[in-house]
Design a protein around this ligand. Structure first.
Ligand code: GLU
Length: 444
């Protein structure tokens, strides 16, 4: 039988890291086994569900590259994939329970399911066999007096209707799984194979909540400048250790290696630093063009205007070793795209610190102007020649040039900066620095 698995979020808020990882394990399993991955929106709670939350969940899943074979936007043979649109189906299943003599109606109109009150064992792929003793709980309401259905009932009905073979979900659902199995049996259906995935905890061992760092996919990852492949890799390893020699793995490698039996039964601890480390690795592996495409929204946000695509790609590529998040890049590169960049306070002070600095910069500018070709190598040679001519070490001229050309004290190599901004811009930048130094120097 072709495996059929699903992610069944309740759209009450942002896509949470725990939900994303549940979706990811389902997706990995489906892709590994040639199965079908279904997205089902569990939106029966009109008071708590919002359209915006549902759209946010879809955006988050799409961003992570977790494409679904059936569900919202793609359709499929078992739709609609919104529980709010499936009332007729639930009514029909309630009639089945009635016919089987397993429900009764209270005076207030609530319909209750008669538990079998037998011991029920969940054969869980991650947690092992978990046996629940015959329950002493009161029978479970499946339909409220207002006609709406409760989660346990619609969840089971849809898992039957949508032909789910496996249910992989958060461990918080394990304690109710006996109720689901009881319903499956009462409806004459075989329960799916279960795997309850351990929770994700904060570094201090507390339960991760919506407000914790790293908890919301859009807020903590998309807006912060993570790459989807890096978050995918990190989330996959939160509770699973692939049998591989390395940690940085592509989607294809993760699909190939995935084995549900290897999912840890202990809770996972979230580590933002590790997640950022993964991001840095993926960022460094991007081509200049791919890096530019990824960082472009952040450049736009910072008001950086790009005139030359190839130059911009080379610019962002030149700082990739300096950052671990895309959002850090604008601060490292803004001066490449404007000539009225500010001088950091200590940089301005350094330029003015020695009277001979102006002459050194002027010498470099003259050497630049004399260049017939403009490559990183010729730029470097010009700087060396200018330093020699002026009787200083190249290492003394470099920081001055960096300061003049960028207004900063850190960045890619000085020859790289000079080469990328271009010969004419170098002249203007140095002149502007000289003007600023002259204007600000107290008269001798
Ligand atoms: N709507 C449930 C949740 O978001 C789904 C539980 C399940 O996967 O069965 O937790």
């Amino acid at each position: 039988m072709t495996p059929r698995v699903r992610f069944a979020p309740s759209p009450t808020g942002d896509l949470h890291v725990g939900g994303a990882r549940t979706a990811l394990f389902n997706w990995l399993f489906a892709r590994k086994t040639g199965g079908t991955f279904i997205l089902r929106v569990e939106d029966t709670d009109g008071a708590r569900n919002t359209e915006e939350a549902q759209r946010g969940i879809v955006r988050g899943l799409r961003w992570l590259g977790l494409d679904w074979d059936e569900g919202p936007e793609v359709g499929g043979p078992h739709g609609p994939y919104f529980q709010s649109q499936r009332k007729d189906i639930y009514d029909a299943y309630l009639a089945k329970l009635e016919a089987a003599g397993r429900v009764y109606t209270e005076e207030n109109g609530a319909v209750r399911f008669k538990f079998s009150r037998t011991a029920i064992t969940v054969h869980d792929l991650v947690c092992g066999d978990v046996t629940f003793a015959p329950t002493e709980e009161p029978d479970m309401t499946v339909r409220r007096p207002d006609g709406s259905y409760i989660f346990h009932f619609v969840n089971v009905v849809d898992d039957i209707e949508m032909r789910m073979t496996h249910v992989f979900r958060g461990e918080d659902h394990l304690s109710n799984t006996w109720k689901h199995i009881d319903l499956f049996h009462a409806l004459g259906a075989t329960p799916p194979t279960y795997a309850h995935i351990p929770l994700i905890l904060n570094p201090d061992g507390s339960k991760m909540s919506k407000r914790d760092a790293g908890s919301a996919i859009e807020h903590s990852y998309i807006h912060e400048g993570f790459l989807p492949d890096a978050v995918f890799n990190y989330l996959a390893m939160l509770g699973w250790t692939p049998r591989a020699e390395k940690e940085v793995l592509s989607r294809e490698e993760l699909v190939r290696l995935f084995d549900l039996a290897e999912i840890h039964s202990a809770n996972a601890r979230f580590d933002m630093q590790k997640c950022q480390w993964f991001n840095a690795q993926f960022l460094r592996a991007l081509s200049p063009e791919a890096l530019l495409a990824a960082v472009r929204p952040f450049l736009d946000n910072a008001g950086i205007t790009i005139a030359d695509e190839a130059m911009a790609a080379a610019v962002v590529f030149s700082v990739k070793e300096k950052v671990s998040l895309l959002k850090e890049i604008p601060a490292w590169v803004h001066y490449f795209f404007r000539e009225d960049y500010p001088f950091e306070a200590d940089v301005a002070a350094k330029l003015k610190a020695k009277p001979e600095n102006a002459a050194l910069l002027a010498a470099a500018s003259a050497a630049f102007a004399a260049q017939a070709s403009w490559t990183e190598e010729t730029v470097h040679a010009a700087i060396e020649a200018a330093a020699k001519e002026a009787g200083v070490k190249t290492g003394a001229l470099m920081p001055l040039l960096r300061a003049a050309l960028s207004g900063q004290s850190r960045g890619p190599g000085v020859s790289t900066i000079a080469h990328l901004v271009g010969q004419a811009s170098c002249q203007r930048r140095i002149q502007r620095a000289l003007d600023a130094m002259a204007a600000e120097s107290p008269a001798a």
